[in-house]
Design a protein around this ligand. Sequence first.
Ligand SMILES: [Zn+2]
Length: 290
Amino acid sequence: MKKITLLFTLMISINLCVGQVIDVHLHSYTDDIYHGGHPHPAGNIPSPPTAEAHLDRTIELMDSLNIDYAVISNSIKANEKWMEADDRFIPGYGANTEMIPVDEFEELIKNGKIKVFGEIGSSYEGVTLANPIYKPYLEICNKYGLPVMYHTGPPNPGSKSKAKRVFKGDPALIEDVIATYPDLKICLQHAGASFWENAVLLMAYYPNVYADLGVLLWVSPLTQEMAVDFLKRCKKYGILKKVMFGSDQMVWPESIKISINYLNSLDFLTEEEKRMILYENARKFLGLMD
Ligand SMILES: [Zn+2]
C-alpha cells in the first residue's frame, strides 16, 4: 500500500511540472542592473550571485519546467543579451516614466526588438498609464497590435522611489485607456494584487483586458490568498480564459517552480483550467496561435 501511495505521489509531483508553460512575466538583466545575490525572505529562495549565473539558472529551469516562451523586460540591452542566449525569450520594453523617443520605439517594434510594451511600472513614479506621456506609445501599440503589460497593485515596498504611490496601482484608474483602445490587449500584471476585485471587474466588462498572476503565487501567504480569491472570482465570472501565468521571478529563479507548483495544487481549478492559465491564454494574448 505504501509503495502505491509513494508511486502515486511521485506521479503527481512529476506531473506538476511537465505541462507546457508560457511565463509572461520575467525580467532580463545585465551586470550593471542585476540586484541579486541575496535570498528572498519568502522561504529563503536563493538568488544566483551574478547576472550570468541568473540567466543560466533561468534557462535551466525553463528546460526542466517545459517553458516554451517567456516574456522578458528591462533594458533593451538586457533583452538582447537574453535573446542571444535563448530564442524562447519574447522582448518587452520595460518602462516607468522615462522612455526612449517614440520614433525609436516604433523602429524597434519594426525590427522585432520590442514585441510587448511593458512591464510599465508607472506607479513607481506616482502616475498611471492614463498619464498623457504614454499616449503616443499606446497609439503605436494600437497601430501594430502590440500587447501592453502594466504593473497593477502597490509598487514593491522595497523600492527606493519617493514618488511611488500605493493607490496609483489600482487598475480602475486606467479605465479610460482601456475604453479608448478597445482593440489594444492590456494585461493587468499581478492581477491588481490588493485591488484584485477591480481587476476582475475590468476583465469581465472589457474584452481587451487580461491579467497575469505575477508575484501573487509565491511572494507571501497574503499574496497567495489574493491569487486564490482572484481565481475563484474569475471562475465564477467565466473569465479564466483571460488569466495568464507569469512568475515575476525577478532575481529568484526558483520562484518560477514554486509558482507553477502552487497553481497546480489549487484543487478548485480543473486540469483544463490550469492548462489555460499556464499556456493557452498567453498564446492568444501574445498572438502565438498557429
Ligand atoms: Zn515585474
